[in-house]
Design a binder for this molecule. Sequence first.
Ligand code: BGC
Length: 633
Amino acid sequence: MKSLLSFGVWRTLLLLIGGAVVIMGLFVVRNSMLENNVPPLSTKYLDTSLPVETRIQDLVAQMTLKEKIGQMALVEKNSLTNPSDIATYGLGAVLSGAGAKPEQNTADGWRTMIESFQTQAQSNRLKIPILYGVDAVHGHALLPGTVVFPHQIALGATGDATLVKQIAQVTARDLQMVGANWNYAPNLDLPRDIRWGRVYEAYSDDPLLAARLGSAYVEGLQTYPQANSETMPVLATLKHFVGVGAMQWKTSTNKNFSIDQGKTNDDIEHLEKQYLPPFKSAINAGALSVMVGLNEWGNNRLIRNKSILTGELKTELGFMGFVVSDWYGVYEGVLNKFIASTRAINAGVDMVMLPFDYKTFIKHVTWAHRFGLISTARIDDAVTRIMRAKFALGMFDGIDSREAVVPSLASDQALARTAVAQSLVLLKNTNDVLPLSKTTRHIRVAGSAADNVGRQSGAWTVEWQGVDGNVLTPGTSILQGIKDAVSPQTILEYSLMGEYKTAGQKADVGIAVVGEVPYAEGWGDREYPILSNEDLKTIQNLQANSNQVVVIIVSGRPLLISNEVDSWDALVAAWLPGSEGAGVSDVLFGDKLFMGTLPLPWPKTAEQLPIDVNGITADGTPVLFPRYAGLSY
Ligand code: BGC
């Protein structure tokens, strides 16, 4: 009896397993038949008289599974084993990651490179063009000779949506000119902790300000006025979704970093009240791509968080564009790449950024579909969303909109110079030392950031980590701006460390331009963001040889200066102003007024970090300067 029973159990088990194998086999056969089924070619999607959604449906309906999965891959250009892979795998997009540039880093070099990639895409059956993505986060600053606009935190200090829109339009024009059609901006992170290396990439810790400026940027980038087209010139990307900027210190999942790529421990109420509003507003302004953060929400990576990516973003906010993963994010935190891709796509990621493994990714998604782990409906939804962006760019309308482009370096420089002037925040001005008179008898200038366009520009300028010095980025240093502003009679002396041969005679004013060396991402995480000893010594030298000292801080974030600030006569936060340093002297010498206000609170000590959205510090003590502080003349 006992052995009969166990025989029965075994038989049932075997039958069940056999049945499952047969069903799975049928599934695999059915799905691989679907993959190889090439539907007849229809050209309805090219008919501009039809509604766009009809055209998109027509295109997606005639794509094979292979063509669809290829569209879901975004590949870093230096990782392409062969450019012909764009055609072979039908890739959806290519990017210049971490500042990757063409061999010849000129406008021609960029155009030739991107056009050669588009030619590959055109050799495919359906001729679907690729998106080409760039981090033109403060102008197309990877290309030398282009005007470098102030980083986003400086634009946050201006609070000026019209200015932000104009800068975005210039950026769109410069990208369009070289054939790039996708920008990884604006950044809508809300930085709560100045120890984070990406504070300067954001506008503000205030969701309302980030929402207002982020939407203006989207409008500017996506509606550059073109003579011959109603389509958008460049696609914006809202990044990084979501809760980025609120990660906790020492929670980074990257062993090289401390806070970047860390954990955001917050609740859904805050998510909805604080972190979502900037995205909501920029989506309403027409954004069609959103990049997922590399952070964790609680103990889960956002990349695999269906309730946030699909629930909050796509369903609640009604986002109709596509979700793209960031860098290697799709694979981080999971050992098995097959499982990682499957989970990310099922969570709601539509396009996967793949610095290296695109062939593996395509193979894995194909198999996941065969096994029924990723549904046809999910793949169709992802591809429909990607195509929505491509149609919005007019990619199937046969228009070469580059003809309408008329760049003007002088007007770009004037715009950037205005932005710099508007972004300066005056935090201290004892005895009205500022504005300075242009006929001041004797001025001394010093400091590591005084004659350094590279430092002024910060990272994401020619190189991912930026360039320290005057080597690669043409522009006007802050020192040069001061030289150009003063009268011919003024004695103007410059020394890096504030050491002058004539030190015995005191100058009327010393101007110390000090600050941070460029950094990007987690490489800028710092437990104590402070001025270097060299900078502090320079300020002391100036104090010894000048009657009054104005300190100008060039940095990507507020620095901890509470031990020193009392001894300074004036303090100006200049952020990372970019290539047009003359914007600083415009305000120092009173041609323009100080208009900027702090886009985030300026803490006194590291113990105050993080600071919440209401300006409340971690230890409850008052900050050095609250958000929106800023004096004027
Ligand atoms: C950054 C993104 C950027 C991407 C592409 C990532 O490391 O987090 O902000 O857009 O690289 O360069």
